[in-house]
Design a protein around this ligand. Structure first.
Ligand code: 5GP
Length: 189
C-alpha cells in the first residue's frame, strides 16, 4: 500500500469525529490521526501530546518562523497548526495519515498539495443547510453576522471544489459505509 493523506473537514456536530474514529478502528495499524499544535487550553479529559500539543503563543510563533508547519490558522480566537514532522511521523510508521482540519487549513493543504503522493479531501456535510444553521444557532456560539459568514464561507464553490469527496451525513451507518468504500478505493489502487 502506498502512502496516503486524508484531509477531513466539516462543521462541528456534523459527525466528523465519529466518522474519523470509525475509520481509525477499521483501518487499525494502517492509519493514524496526526496530533496538531494549538494555543487553546486543554478541555477536561484531553492530554498533551495525545489530543493536541498544547503550546504557548510564543512557541507557536517560533514554530511558524522556523517553517515547521504544513499549515496553520487562527480559528475562534486560537491558533491551530499541523506540523510537517507529525505527518512524516505517521507516514513513516503507518501508511495512511489522517488530518482533521477546519476549512481554511484544509483549503491550503488541498490547494497547494505539498505531497508527492495522493492527498484526498473529504468534506462531511449535514443533510441540509437549514439543519446546520439550526445546530449552529442552538450552540449560541455565533452572532448573526458570524453565522452568515460561516455558512457562506463553508459553501463557497471554490472551497468545495477542492475536496475529492463529499459525504452527506443523513444516516450515520450509511455515512460510515460510504467513507470506508471511498478510502478502500484508494488503498486498492
Ligand atoms: P477544537 O478546538 O474543537 O479541538 O477544534 C476546532 C477546529 O480546529 C476543528 O474544526 C478541528 O478540525 C480544527 N483543527 C484541529 N487541528 C487543526 C490543525 O492543525 N489545523 C487546522 N487548520 N485546523 C485544525
Amino acid at each position: 500500500m502506498d502512502e496516503l493523506v486524508l484531509v477531513f473537514s466539516g462543521f462541528s456536530g456534523v459527525g466528523k469525529s465519529t466518522l474519523i474514529n470509525h475509520l481509525l478502528s477499521e483501518l487499525g495499524d494502517d492509519a493514524s490521526l496526526t496530533v496538531s499544535c494549538t494555543t487553546r487550553a486543554p478541555r477536561e479529559g484531553e492530554h498533551d501530546g495525545v489530543d493536541y500539543h498544547f503550546i504557548s503563543h510564543d512557541k507557536f510563533d517560533q514554530l511558524v518562523r522556523c517553517g515547521e508547519f504544513l499549515e496553520h490558522v487562527q480559528y475562534c480566537g486560537n491558533r491551530y497548526g499541523t506540523l510537517k514532522s507529525a505527518v512524516n511521523d505517521v507516514l513513516r510508521n503507518k501508511k495512511i495519515c489522517i488530518l482533521d482540519l477546519e476549512f481554511e487549513g484544509a483549503y491550503s493543504v488541498l490547494h497547494g498539495n505539498a505531497f508527492d503522493f495522493p492527498c484526498v479531501g473529504i468534506l462531511i456535510l449535514p443533510p441540509s443547510l437549514r439543519s446546520l444553521e439550526k445546530r449552529l444557532r442552538a450552540r449560541h456560539s455565533e452572532t448573526e453576522e458570524s453565522l452568515k459568514l460561516r455558512l457562506t464561507e463553508a459553501f463557497q464553490p471554490k472551497r468545495i471544489a477542492k475536496y475529492h469527496h463529499v459525504i452527506v451525513n443523513r444516516n450515520l451507518e450509511s455515512a460510515k459505509v460510504e467513507l470506508l468504500q471511498i478510502v478502500k478505493s484508494y488503498i486498492a489502487k
